[in-house]
Design a binder for this molecule. Structure first.
Ligand code: ADP
Ligand code: MG
Length: 346
């Protein structure tokens, strides 16, 4: 584990963090805008002076830093940019050719940053950070300046990075979808304080914090593709089957299935008259307040959990309470490819 302990005041804002994060895999730092995510990364990198800090100057810390907007030297070509600050091969933990291959920038090496698209420039910036052979990579909303199409284009490169390199990453984002796709561990930040920290899967299902409520509420399950029909894939998630759009039967490993609480509804009886494909037997485990009109119901499906975000009025009308046997209707499932090495301990 890596202990992350920093405290500082910036005007009215106070950062006060003391948390342990794993030294493998991807740790997400999730929180609303202004919660101190960037300040925390800057403290870790030594760019801000904080209490409890090692005091090592930034250039002597072995961290790679990827910013929201790629920071590249405009007068150098891509190759010179990624080699700048790179460690000599003898001490390198990462191989330059491998990084160039993973990030798909071999064709870009003699280009100037000004001629690159936003997504290409960000891939180059990530390569530059990795070639410094860091012990830890810090990524500050690396997708936030890109449109959805560019994000979708870049995400598979992150999948490959986590699959093929063993450098721990701290990944900052205020997008729960990105966090759900990429991270194993999660730290939730609010107003400079850690409000929850732990396994991503457990926090999503169990953390009773407002930051993981509302439109952010949802779970991640693991599903093994077992069948395909009508353009859908059937995933075995251990406690049943879930159908989702797309053909994933070529994948030999379990994939991440993100199920947003807004896409889950609850019925007492199984209805045959529904367009919803996924109807799962479940038991009501817990009901927690969300906002004025809604609650979040935690459902148990065998060993796994599902969250449903429904109106308080419906819960009253159905007289739902803990222990009730119900049916969960799952409207939509987002399937994310998942690397085998990320299945740590699973
Ligand atoms: P996040 O990255 O989560 O959006 P930041 O770390 O950028 O949050 O900012 C945390 C808080 O620090 C915010 O409330 C912001 O207003 C404040 N802040 C950031 N930079 C400065 C500064 N130079 N002077 C005073 N306050 C600042
Ligand atoms: Mg920020």
């Amino acid at each position: 584990m890596i202990r992350v302990r920093h405290a500082l005041a910036k005007g009215a804002f106070r950062l006060d963090v003391d948390v342990e994060v794993p030294d493998t895999g991807v740790t997400g730092v999730f929180g609303p805008s202004g919660s101190g995510k960037t300040t925390l990364l800057r403290c870790i990198a030594g760019l801000e002076r904080s209490a409890h800090d090692s005091g090592l100057p930034a250039h002597r810390r072995n961290v790679g830093y990827v910013f929201q907007r790629p920071a590249l030297f405009p007068h150098l070509d891509v190759e010179a940019n990624i080699r700048y600050g790179a460690r000599r091969a003898a001490s390198a933990r990462v191989d330059a050719d491998q990084v160039i291959d993973i990030l798909g920038i071999g064709e870009l090496l003699d280009r100037r940053p000004g001629t690159l698209s936003g997504g290409q420039a960000q891939r180059v910036a990530i390569a530059a950070a990795l070639l410094r052979s860091p012990d830890l990579v810090l990524m500050d909303e690396p997708l936030a300046s890109l449109d959805q199409a560019r994000k979708d284009e870049l995400l598979p490169y992150f999948d490959r990075l986590r699959e093929e390199l063993s450098i721990p990453v701290i990944y900052v984002s205020h997008e729960i979808d990105e966090i759900s796709r990429l991270c194993d561990h999660l730290v939730v930040l609010d107003d400079g304080k850690v409000v929850a920290a732990g396994s991503l899967f457990d926090l999503l299902a169990f953390a009773d914090v407002p930051q993981l409520g509302g439109g952010n509420a949802g779970v991640v399950l693991w599903g093994k593709p077992v069948d395909t029909e009508d353009g859908l894939t059937c995933f075995d998630f251990g406690d049943g089957d879930i159908w989702a759009p797309g053909d994933f039967t070529g994948e030999s490993v379990a994939l991440r299935l993100r199920i947003a609480a807004n896409d889950v509804s609850i019925c007492r009886e199984r209805s045959s008259e529904t367009t919803i494909l996924n109807v799962l037997r479940a038991t009501v485990e817990h009901v927690r307040d969300d906002d004025d009109a809604t609650v979040i119901v935690r459902l148990r499906l065998g060993n796994q959990k599902l969250l449903a975000r429904v109106t308080r009025r419906s819960v009253k009308r159905l007289v739902l309470k803990e222990g009730d046997r119900v049916f969960a209707q799952v409207k939509s499932v987002t399937v994310r490819r998942q690397a085998p090495t990320a299945l740590l301990g699973r």
